[in-house]
Design a protein around this ligand. Sequence first.
Ligand SMILES: [Fe+2]
Ligand SMILES: [Fe+2]
Length: 221
Amino acid sequence: MNLSEVESKYKQLKDAISGRKGVPELFEYVEKLGYKTAPASRIYHGSFNGGLLYHSVSVTETLLRLRKVLLREEMLRHVSGESCILIGLTHDVGKLGTEGRPYYVPKWNSGYTTNENNNRPVYLDHAVRSVMIVTQFVKLKTWEVQAIVGHDGQYISANKEMAQKETPLTLLLHFADCWSAFQVEATYNIPNEEWMNEEKSDSSNRRPEGDNSGSIQSKGS
Ligand SMILES: [Fe+2]
Ligand SMILES: [Fe+2]
């Protein structure tokens, strides 16, 4: 997905939920905060100009796909496509900081760092800040709040209390977030190569076909 595809997918997704009260005003506000130009992280995934938009669109698409594949028919109306788009696009808007106080700032040489200047935003976990920003414009349902607050799952200790109390939406968002960040957008390592190489060395240790020595059949017979 190149950045212009991302931009047009974002527009489609945003338009699809524009009937919900406060949504157009919410996106107008986050765009003013830098939603289309901010990075998604310092060095991990989406660490580039526009990375947050890329990540948000990518997570939303993964989330919609997971919803379709994993949820039983009767669950689909409880986990609406509208909720998935809204929380997929906004779960990380807390990474924008506040007006004039960005969460990430460019590093002197290249890349980004968290804003440690005297105009840094008051500390809040970014997921909590996302909820704060969204609820300034849109009334969220309780399970939408849980999904945004808990989207990092058990990777962060603050979510410990939520363990095994997650709603389906929270679990789907968490997995979509991990999948997009680690598999679609990761720039910091290539974990796939590690296990693929292991697989290769495993198969070189396999016995040639027809060699039954050591199999259950030959045991004790
Ligand atoms: Fe996040
Ligand atoms: Fe995320």
